[in-house]
Ligand binder design. Structure first.
Ligand code: BDR
Ligand code: CA
Length: 323
């Protein structure tokens, strides 16, 4: 079996971090070419640092981490410290990573890597889409060089989470989302319609802690922090788990139900900025190059997540400086 080659564009973020763990735990299926980071849950100075912390924690100090765009294309910056804490990954004990940040900007890395790859990589996007939109704008020739984009973002049935009509990643950079959704690249879109089914209940949190290795413990501690906001807001049995659905889709697409559609994102109205209008029926004549996830096998998803977290060793990896 050939591993899917991915570049992960993210804004860690507790749930972005767990998505990285899921990728690193699955080397037979997923080859991580690099990680690009973007401003989103926290400013990019923190999201790139957090990505390196997560790589070190998972014993992957060899992975290339690039810092990207510090602000959205047109709207004012929007961060989510009220959910993720001041560090973006509160719940984790922070250290200064030994692993170095790559000197090349994320957008340059994306363009150069995509143009240079002999096999088209998949982009996994779990933050605002600024880096990917910038890369598409700077070099439209990368469109056929992307196998597909698997992204966490958008909402239809569920309504929004950052505003009544918009999901955070879409609202944080709606103009970037617009560029990506119009690009013609095949897209799998996993939004709140599925992630609000993936509740980290008390029992699931306990199951995660019981795995007992340092990575699973860190995942537990981060979610135990970030859940407090969503528990108070939604009053459900657990907080939704968003970003790991992207890697789960790559690992086990059979866990999800998707259907083809076109999706347009609102870029004008202050009231509904970032709203995703999902068209299953060709009403808008849009190209139906997007697969919209509308259902998920919840138990199957968590079984996969726990099985992969249990693959990490019982002892903490040592931290060495990378090149
Ligand atoms: C998305 O927004 C962020 O807060 C999470 O990391 C996730 O990517 C959910 O709306
Ligand atoms: Ca994210």
């Amino acid at each position: 079996m050939t591993a899917t080659r991915v570049i992960i564009d993210c804004d860690p973020g507790q749930d972005d971090a767990i998505n990285l763990f899921l990728a690193f735990a699955s080397p037979e299926e997923i080859e991580v070419l690099g990680i690009t980071t973007v401003a989103g849950n926290a400013p990019v100075a923190l999201t790139q640092r957090n990505a390196r912390l997560i790589c070190e924690l998972a014993g992957r100090g060899d992975v290339l981490v690039h810092a990207g765009c510090t602000a959205p294309l047109s709207v004012a910056p929007l961060t989510a410290e009220h959910v993720h804490g001041a560090t973006g990954i509160d719940g984790l004990d922070i250290w200064e990573p030994a692993m170095l940040l790559q000197p090349v900007h994320a957008v340059d890395y994306l363009v150069d890597t995509l143009l240079g790859a002999d096999q088209a990589p998949t982009l996994v996007a779990t933050g605002p889409l600024t880096n990917i939109a910038m890369a598409l704008t700077r070099e439209p020739g990368i469109v056929p060089r992307i196998e597909r984009i698997v992204l966490m973002g958008g909402a239809m049935r569920e309504g929004g989470n950052i505003t009544p009509s918009a999901e955070f990643n879409m609202r944080a950079d709606p103009h970037a989302a617009d560029i990506v959704l119009r690009s013609g690249v095949p897209i799998v879109m996993l939004g709140l319609d599925v992630t609000h089914e993936l509740l980290v209940t008390r029992a699931r949190l306990a199951r995660m802690k019981a795995i007992g290795n340092p990575v699973a413990t860190a995942a537990h501690d981060m979610l135990a922090f970030s859940e407090r906001y969503d528990l108070a807001k939604y009053g459900k049995d657990g907080a939704p788990l968003h970003d790991p659905c992207t890697m789960a889709w790559l690992l086990r697409p059979d866990l999800f139900c998707t259907r083809p559609c076109s999706v347009a994102v609102e870029t004008g109205s202050p009231l509904t900025l970032g709203h995703t209008a999902v068209d299953f029926w060709g009403i808008t004549q849009g190209r139906r190059s997007i697969q919209w996830a509308y259902d998920v096998d919840v138990e199957g998803f968590f079984d996969l997540l726990f099985e992969r977290l249990a693959r990490f060793p019982a002892a903490r990896f040592s931290r060495r400086r990378s090149a």
